[in-house]
Design a protein around this ligand. Structure first.
Ligand code: ADP
Length: 176
């Protein structure tokens, strides 16, 4: 895969991830998969109660792993639920956050999901510093896209202008 192509396949935008018409959006869930605040709450509100009903059948998800559901009333066809680490400054935090991105990308590839959008996993109530988290997100996604044709496109959907700024700088440094 040539680098110019990689640049077109990774994009940072600002806005609400629940409004995106992509093959799958990623949810920053908790281990119960039964809903919560932040982006998790927004996704469940927009998807409707059928999403919670399907999540109940999954029996939770360990930190660093990911699970796939349908998108129900969302414009996105599927939701990939992943559980980021609560930030405590331990070496395993970065390993677990990288694993969230890798597991989500692998699920998307295995299910032929061509367009995928991520929020800033763990960067809300879980307290991960945005600069460190962003570098992990961009490194893992760029590496995966270099190695695989699916997903074709990854969007980082940031809620704040400050987070968009961090991602834009990091993407420019990694892919130009
Ligand atoms: P975590 O528990 O993994 O930290 P949060 O939901 O608290 O998850 O926050 C993760 C990130 O998602 C934060 O940067 C937050 O600002 C952002 N966020 C919250 N709501 C939305 C939304 N509707 N679309 C995109 N990002 C969102």
């Amino acid at each position: 895969m040539n680098p110019a192509n990689l640049k077109d396949r990774l994009e940072a935008r600002q806005g609400d991830i629940t409004g995106l018409s992509v093959d799958a959006i990623v949810n920053a869930a908790n281990t119960s998969l039964l809903g919560g605040g932040g982006v998790d709450g927004a996704i469940h509100r927009a998807a409707g109660p059928e999403l919670l009903a399907e999540c109940r059948t999954l029996g939770g998800c360990p930190t660093g792993e990911a699970r796939l559901t349908r998108g129900y009333r969302l414009p996105a066809g599927r939701v990939i639920h992943t559980v980021g680490p609560v930030y405590r400054g331990r070496p395993e935090d970065s390993r677990l956050l990288a694993s969230c991105y890798a597991c989500s990308l692998t699920l998307a590839r295995d299910h032929g999901l061509r367009t995928l959008a991520f929020p800033a996993i763990s960067c809300g109530v879980y307290g991960y510093p945005i600069d460190e988290a962003c570098k992990i997100a961009v490194d893992v996604c760029a590496g995966f896209l270099e190695a695989h044709e699916v997903p074709e496109k990854v969007i980082f959907m940031l809620f704040s202008a400050a987070h968009l700024d961090v991602y834009t700088r990091c993407l420019t440094a990694r892919v130009g």
